[in-house]
Design a protein. Structure first.
Length: 226
């Protein structure tokens, strides 16, 4: 749906962002330093650059300055641990379209991505995941089973969406606490089990023999692929 470059020097964070963006149908390239980020944007001419300020070789602020001078139509979301107002003002003055401070939830950043893409004329609202009778509309935060709407709590929906990034991929309870929105640093892993039980009651025909949210013994949970 959109061409996006992710400039992030942390490989794990970069791949997490790639997974979520590709799930929503975007074409994603990743750069781990500022110099490569500039080359990728010049070559690919993306719709959006997600740019970490603290980048090796070329600082993210300098990357933003170069890109906005050469390709002003490329939207830029700056991501940084810097929280000082002066840093945010400088980033926006350089032409950044939005500014997100760490730590952030993935769902928060994805909401910012959707908002920026809408402003540049790209609508992401049709992003969906369908597995059998389970239909997840990510743009509208809606879930249906065999065509019938299901009311999920924000945490139940967040867990389901985290699993839906890559159906078939096993996620540990700790990964779900980290990647699903709404959980604080003090949440216990058994909290995930509680929400999964409630989620299954709502989306599974037989919660005792789940079809969609599957347990992988000793490892965690996964969403069925078909």
């Amino acid at each position: 749906m959109a061409r996006i470059v992710v400039a992030e020097d942390d490989p794990k964070q970069a791949e997490l962002l790639r997974s979520y963006l590709e799930r929503d149908g975007h074409v994603v390239a990743v750069a781990h330093d500022g110099s490569v980020a500039i080359d990728e944007v010049r070559t690919r001419r993306p719709d959006l650059l997600i740019l970490d300020v603290m980048m090796p070789r070329v600082d993210g602020l300098d990357v933003c300055r170069v890109i906005k001078a050469e390709l002003p139509k490329t939207a830029v979301i700056m991501v940084t641990a810097r929280v000082a107002d002066d840093d945010q003002i400088l980033g926006l003055d350089l032409g950044a379209d939005d500014y997100v401070t760490k730590p952030y939830s993935i769902r928060q950043l994805m909401a910012r991505v959707r908002a920026v893409l809408r402003r540049v004329g790209i609508d992401e609202s049709t992003a969906t995941t369908t597995i059998g009778g389970l239909h997840i509309d990510h743009g509208r935060c809606e879930v249906r089973i065999d065509g019938t709407a299901v009311e999920l709590t924000p945490r139940e929906l967040s867990i389901l969406e985290a699993l839906a990034v890559r159906p078939g991929r096993v996620m540990s309870r700790q990964q779900l606490l980290t990647e699903a929105a709404g959980f604080d640093h003090y949440a216990l892993e058994r909290t995930v089990d509680m929400h999964v039980v409630n989620l299954r009651r709502k989306i599974e025909r037989d919660p005792a023999q789940p079809r969609y949210v599957l347990t992988v013994k000793g490892r965690g949970y996964k969403l069925a692929e078909t």
